[in-house]
Design a protein around this ligand. Structure first.
Ligand SMILES: C[S@@+](CC[C@H](N)C(=O)[O-])C[C@H]1O[C@@H](n2cnc3c(N)ncnc32)[C@H](O)[C@@H]1O
Length: 271
């Protein structure tokens, strides 16, 4: 997903969830009198960082948004300029010794709707641990389970799309098929050295008012679309919607209810 303009116009679900989680969890975090240095991993187009996270922080802080995609970083830097905000490129999974890039580290690390893209969870959690200062807290929010990924699997088995989706397993989140995803995540975080303040994967619901909202939301995050010839992209998206309808509850008035589990991990790097 690299189309920042499309993403920023089709991320109502992600924004709603970031707001719900931040409202509940920010008051539970320990805030210093001054000098908090904040990181947002997988900041994407930057609107959640700038418009949701920053205004909800208890006081003015230095905030850094990082993303694997240079296009996202460029869009965020251009669109959301602010004197206490900076955007940088970083791959949280593959980076080695991230404190060389950020020598001071961070007192808080946030991440919204990013870590389900990361296959090597132990390596990622290790990097987040390195980036946090001792006593620092992380709030990691990402998809634990979503029918969307079963839809990708089903689409990859179709003869017309198979050649574009051979690596579909790389896009299935680490905990999608685990019976207790929160416990698996907590085990990985503990192994990395974290103390688990809480880790859960509750079910969320989001209503898409009409099929076009859902189509755009799927389009904005679909990793396969750019591989498909332009003239077939609409047929691919319509087929995605058909497959999804088989897996999800479709309401009679044209609205679609998405039901999914969101991992919410609140972690502490001990002193
Ligand atoms: C769905 S967007 C979420 C954007 C924003 N946090 C939000 O809540 O709207 C996921 C972002 O994670 C980024 N991403 C995926 N893998 C990543 C990695 N290994 N390191 C850093 N960012 C990554 C993608 O480029 C994308 O911009």
């Amino acid at each position: 997903m690299e189309d920042a303009q499309l993403y920023v116009s089709a991320n109502a679900l992600q924004r709603r969830d970031a707001l719900v989680v931040l409202t509940e969890y920010l008051p539970q975090m320990a805030w210093q009198e001054e000098g908090e240095n904040i990181l947002d991993i997988g900041c994407g187009s930057g609107d959640v960082t700038r418009n949701l996270l920053m205004p909800l922080l208890p006081r003015v802080e230095q905030v850094t948004g990082v993303d694997i995609s240079q296009e996202m970083v460029s869009f965020a830097s251009k669109t959301f300029q602010h004197n206490t905000l900076a955007f940088r490129q970083l791959d949280i999974e593959r980076t080695v010794q991230p404190r060389q890039t950020f020598p001071d580290g961070f007192s808080k690390v946030f991440s919204f709707y990013c870590l389900h893209w990361v296959k090597d969870q132990p390596r990622c959690l290790n990097n987040i641990y390195q980036l946090l200062q001792p006593g620092g807290e992380a709030l990691l929010v990402f998809l634990a389970h979503n029918p969307l990924f079963s839809m990708y699997q089903n689409m990859s088995e179709k003869i017309e799309w198979n050649k574009y989706m051979q690596d579909v397993s790389n896009f299935i989140p680490a905990y999608q098929y685990k019976s207790d995803p929160a416990q698996c995540m907590a085990d990985v975080a503990e192994e990395a050295g974290f103390e688990i303040i809480s880790c859960e994967a509750p079910q969320f619901e989001f209503v898409f008012e009409n099929i076009n909202y859902l189509k755009n939301a799927i389009k904005a995050v679909n990793p396969f679309l750019k591989r498909i010839p332009t003239e077939s992209q609409d047929a691919f998206l319509m087929d995605c919607l058909n497959e999804l309808a088989k897996l999800k509850t479709q309401q009679e008035d044209g609205k679609t209810v998405a039901r999914y589990n969101l991992m919410i991990a609140h972690l502490l790097r001990p002193e």
